[in-house]
Design a protein around this ligand. Structure first.
Ligand SMILES: NC(=O)c1ccc[n+]([C@@H]2O[C@H](COP(=O)([O-])OP(=O)(O)OC[C@H]3O[C@@H](n4cnc5c(N)ncnc54)[C@H](OP(=O)(O)O)[C@@H]3O)[C@@H](O)[C@H]2O)c1
Length: 205
């Protein structure tokens, strides 16, 4: 398929496995220059090498924890140094565990929101100035069906997904005039390594 993305530059967060890896791989097949990020360096390097071998695309792998602002700033700086632009951002890295309401104190609630919502906001905030300058950008945030379909265990991730959907709408209104389109994708359950582990432990989100 030709989606007209040849030569664009995309950052995909959390892209050494699961949905992020599949997204990065699909973009690379479209001729997109892809920037991978994740915390475990060995898995990240392996993902980069596999995608390069398979697609021949230019792929940059930046070890990065999206919960850490200096890491995120380095991710954006290294992308600009290597490719000179950021056309597409896919916010994907963010896991929030299943929970029982009374087990979660204030500090843990902050961690839960940090796990996905605040990380998406942090990465996006560092990327948007580059898109505004170029007057073109596409921001896609992976939410999930728990955003509008609460379950008994997916309370915190549902809250994050609902917030991501709401924030996305607001962002799309704020930045449409700059040529930046902001959207959400909300997958149902997908058999990724994390989801398989969660199902195995009875803590599916
Ligand atoms: N799988 C599903 O059924 C499903 C359904 C709906 C929505 N979603 C959403 O889709 C997204 C991806 O989910 P997933 O199932 O593919 O698995 P995931 O465990 O959320 O993502 C795995 C990838 O993210 C990286 N990652 C995790 N935390 C990170 C951090 N703090 N900084 C940078 N990278 C990080 C992991 O590498 P490292 O651990 O090495 O950092 C790995 O590359 C999540 O936002 C999830 O909520 C998933």
């Amino acid at each position: 398929m030709d989606l007209g993305l040849q030569g664009k530059v995309a950052i995909v967060t959390g892209s050494s496995d699961g949905i992020g890896y599949a997204t990065a791989d699909a973009l690379a097949q479209e001729g997109v220059r892809v920037v991978l990020c994740a915390r475990r360096e060995a898995l990240l390097a392996e993902a980069r090498d596999t995608i390069v071998k398979k697609t021949g695309a230019e792929v940059l792998a930046v070890p990065c924890d999206v919960q850490q602002l200096p890491d995120v700033q380095r991710l954006v700086t290294e992308t600009m140094q290597r490719f000179g632009a950021i056309h597409i951002l896919v916010n994907n890295a963010g896991s929030v565990p299943a929970m029982q309401f009374t087990d979660v104190d204030d500090a843990k609630w902050h961690q839960m929101l940090e796990g996905k919502l605040l990380s998406y906001i942090r990465v996006t905030r560092e990327v948007v100035p580059h898109m505004r300058k170029a007057r073109w950008g596409r921001i896609i945030s992976i939410a999930g069906t728990a955003g509008w379909q609460p379950s008994n265990t997916a309370m915190a991730v549902g809250l994050s997904n609902a917030a991501v959907i709401n924030w996305t709408k607001s962002m799309s209104l704020q930045y449409a005039a700059d040529g930046i389109l902001v959207t959400t994708v909300a997958p149902g359950s997908i058999e990724t390594p994390r989801q398989v582990r969660a199902i195995g432990s009875g803590k599916q989100t």
